[in-house]
Design a binder for this molecule. Structure first.
Ligand code: SF4
Length: 220
């Protein structure tokens, strides 16, 4: 009983914050262009250390050329790398795309798996990429996506003191209701881009100012 009460108290702490963010960004969603789970998987791999805008410039040609996991897996050496070069770290990204697509083609009949357990066993796929695919493509909340914005804002808002994405995700899963796990990341990413930037966050104009302890943000 006490445990259930403590859990409910923890979850209700984030409710006002979520309400404001939902009101402020009613259209918050994944910014990576895609039409199916495979395209989203590839776009998410490309988005590491790269802006979504840059990825969206690269993916149309990529998606036209490779239309299945088997096609990515069989991409001739150098061809895939050339197409994704401008997203940075292109050799590692090409390796990850070939590795996971080859496993998808061989072990999953060409379909991107729809469970965390299966996705994280694919070479080249970590928990963050898996959570993006599950949440956005399949509407399944099995984790919380922690990118640089979610990590920064979660600390500033006092939702976690952790530093690594894995630990931040674990602490967020304790304070964010599961039905909000997918939206939570989109909302924080949008707020991080528009208001709570890494440098010079706009605390004076911030919709969350009354709720935010501004941890680690120098007072002006
Ligand atoms: S008040 Fe400042 S630190 Fe807090 S969320 Fe808003 S911009 Fe970020």
């Amino acid at each position: 009983m006490q445990v259930a009460k403590r859990k409910s108290a923890r979850l209700s702490k984030t409710q006002p914050l979520l309400e404001i963010l939902h009101r402020t960004y009613p259209d918050a969603e994944c910014a990576l262009h895609h039409h199916n789970p495979l395209q989203l998987l590839v776009a998410t791999i490309l988005s590491a250390q790269c802006t979504d805008e840059r990825v969206n410039l690269v993916t149309p040609a990529l998606f036209r050329k490779y239309r299945s996991a088997a096609a990515y897996a069989a991409a001739p050496p150098g061809e895939l790398e050339t197409l994704i070069r401008s997203t940075g770290f292109f050799r590692n990204k090409a390796r990850a795309i070939r590795a996971c697509c080859s496993a998808i083609a061989e072990r999953h009949g060409g379909q991107v798996p729809d469970s965390m357990a299966d996705l994280v066993t694919l070479d080249g796929i970590g928990r963050k990429t898996a959570s993006v695919v599950l949440g956005v493509a399949y509407g399944r909340a099995e984790g919380i996506v922690v990118d640089t914005h979610v990590a920064r804002l979660s600390r500033r808002l006092g939702l976690t003191r952790q530093k690594t994405p894995e630990k931040i995700e674990q602490s967020l899963m304790q304070v964010v209701p599961q039905r909000e796990w997918i939206a939570f990341s989109h909302l924080l990413i949008w707020h991080g881009r528009r208001r709570c930037m890494a440098r010079n966050p706009d605390c004076d104009g911030c919709e969350l100012a009354d709720l935010c302890p501004r941890i680690g943000v120098p007072r002006k």
